[in-house]
Write a protein that binds this ligand. Sequence first.
Ligand SMILES: [Zn+2]
Length: 399
Amino acid sequence: MQGAEQKKMNIAVIVLDTLRKNRISPYNKEVDFTPNLQAFSEDAETYHNAYSQAPWSFPSQASLLTGLYPWQHGATQAQPFVNSDIMLLQEKLGKEGYFTGAIHNNTWMIPLTGVMKRFDETKTISDISNYFQGIWRYTQNSKILKTVRKKLFLQVSLFNTLKMERSITDLSKQIRGTERFLEKNKNNKFFLYSNLVGSHYPYRPPEEYRERHGVEKDSADLESRPVEYSGNILEEEEEEIRKLYDAEVEYLDHCFGEIIEDMKEKGLYENSLIVVCADHGELLGEEDGFGHHFSVNRNLVNVPLMIKTPENEASEVDEVMEIRQVHNRILREAGIDVPEDERGEAYGMYDRPVIYGEKNPEYDGSKALLYRGRESGDIDSKKVSIDLLKEKGPDYFFN
Ligand SMILES: [Zn+2]
């Protein structure tokens, strides 16, 4: 990488939470409601075989920000913290003179879990996340309170997942926050991390998007039965959920377009490295399931990934890329030396490349290992997603 020019390059990572690959036009030409992602893909490398390291936000985004597998960085349901001795991407870029900022709305992506630490600036939009941040600050100086905090955290996060607050799906504040960050830092060398939680349930797209997708049902009614635990979705409701999801995707595309437009207006688009990806996808009826978390179905782990550098030509890439490798790619583009990616033999290359990075040479990719760590060995992913949940109940996974 050429030094002088690299110094001026800004970096933006835009994580479109829970965005399914086949619901956006760069990956499915039949989709006609994501023009902004389509336009971006025409300037970018579009990866067709990008895999996230987990089917839910926290371990997946921790992999992106550490370059490691979940068993290495520790961020899992069993341990809701990134191991404290690991350096995060934001620190590495900060040391190279980047001003680093995160704008996020995901209740796992907070200082409490370690993954959002050491940004120069963070902006949390969600009220619940602000609440967590308050707890974090309040308990930080007491050993006893810190222990209690650790014990409570899993329960609180489950509660939070089930009762996702309304503000989470309103992206307008996040867009304004991003625009303010860009305005303030347009003359700096910056690293911006923006996690837009738009197509994550509960699906509450603005009215005009609901209308455009012919949504008839009141989504509040569906939300009273957490889709993640399935089994209580009536057959006639399934199509309605898919329409709601698509309406959310169109709204997300619109918001993404606003960020890109703003970057262009400020003269920041051309010379920036921009990574756009999902942390995981969403089930919309596959394996009799909705939501994510409890399966490694392809629709969850084979995610969209597009990378635009100041110099690259648009291309379609079939080579396998793991979301955790985005970390090293960014450092390399910034002219920072990183060792070659290690993808040891034990991690194998299969139909579904290793999700959790378990050190199991027998791992054949078609089986899921529970990230909870309670079960090891082969478990049919379908059983993990639905049958095991029905049989054991959520407590089994979260206790
Ligand atoms: Zn997520």
